[in-house]
Design a protein around this ligand. Structure first.
Ligand code: C2E
Ligand code: MG
Ligand code: MG
Ligand code: MG
Length: 292
């Protein structure tokens, strides 16, 4: 009897593993198809100069409009895509689309809007994957300084020397490079100096807790001091309320991003912010600030 139950348990386990594997394969195949079928789209979240409310650029965030399933958020498919080279294809598509959008905004008279894109660690393992990034931007005729590549600290962990060399190649071309979710990893000042980066993005987790957690206030101050010491740009992400914004502004954090100002928006909605003669948030109007 025990033996039989054991076998059933195994059988059940196998089935559970199977259906998970099948589900994963299903998503992977569907995602591969989604790229060519035009089911991916980019939404854009503005980055705001804390001094005057100007939109300094936008971050492109990918979504998957899957027929019958609605809009799927990146957390539901990016981690899976990152398990294979599929993520390299996603990254290429995102960059291609971002370049097309920069051109479209130019043509519509919005001027040059800098766009940040997120690239996964896998893009920093092989020269040929990075070649694709450089070729895409070149083919689009976009000046690389309009593209900021966001990478997380973990990007560098697999093979730091290789990743640094690949980042350097982008930097040499004039791309901006930001460390995303900064503060959640282990980078120290002496390590950071070695990285060919232009910007630190303070992890949302620290910003979120500002009102209740003195430690996070100290961490944010330390990150700001680090960025200043290394002459790096600074962005605080995940700003959701006035108090968080006030703290960051008073602490000389130059650029802020978060739901308090705007969620990531489809291009047409973003355009209405770009068009506005006044700042994108009433709080900034109250301070007498306008969009440049
Ligand atoms: P991330 O690059 O750190 O992007 C910030 C995430 O925080 C976005 O979620 C954004 O919508 C969300 N966010 C922005 N402001 C706020 C706020 O005030 N409060 C809160 N609670 N959240 C805020 P999203 O779009 O779901 O993206 C999640 C993550 O997926 C991104 O984190 C990034 O790591 C990844 N991702 C998104 N698009 C791409 C892509 O094109 N390629 C790759 N490789 N990864 C991507
Ligand atoms: Mg990002
Ligand atoms: Mg982030
Ligand atoms: Mg993140």
């Amino acid at each position: 009897e025990a033996k039989g139950r054991g076998r059933n348990t195994f059988h059940f386990f196998d089935q559970a593993m199977n259906s998970r594997a099948i589900r994963r394969l299903d998503i992977e195949m569907a995602l591969r198809h989604a790229i060519s079928a035009g089911q991916l789209e980019l939404h854009y979240q503005p980055k705001i100069a804390s001094a005057n409310g100007a939109i300094t650029g936008v971050e492109a965030l990918v979504r998957w409009r899957r027929p019958g399933e609605g809009l799927i958020q990146p957390d539901e498919f990016i981690p899976l895509a990152e398990e294979s080279d599929l993520i390299v294809a996603v990254g290429e598509w995102v960059l291609h689309q971002a370049c097309a959008q920069i051109k479209a905004w130019r043509a519509k008279g919005f001027g040059d809007v800098p766009v940040a894109i997120n690239l996964s660690p896998r893009h920093f393992r092989r020269d040929k994957d990075l070649d694709g990034i450089i070729a895409t931007v070149e083919a689009a005729g976009i000046p690389p300084h309009l593209i900021e590549i966001e990478v997380t600290e973990t990007t560098l962990m697999h093979d730091p020397e290789k990743a640094i060399a690949l980042l350097q190649r982008l930097r040499d071309r004039g791309f901006g490079i930001a460390i995303d979710d900064f503060g959640s990893g282990y980078s120290n000042l002496s390590y950071l100096r070695r990285l060919p980066i232009t910007t630190l993005k303070i992890d949302r987790a620290f910003v979120m807790d500002i009102e209740h957690n003195q430690d996070n206030i100290e961490i944010i101050r330390a990150i700001i001091a680090m960025a200043n010491a290394l002459s790096l740009g600074l962005v605080a992400e995940g700003v959701e309320n006035e108090r968080q914004f006030a703290f960051l502004r008073n602490s000389d954090c130059a650029v802020v991003q978060g739901y308090y100002f705007s969620r990531p928006l489809p291009p047409a909605e973003l355009e209405s912010l770009l068009q506005r003669p006044r700042s994108p948030h009433p709080a900034l109007d109250i301070m007498g600030l306008t969009t440049l």
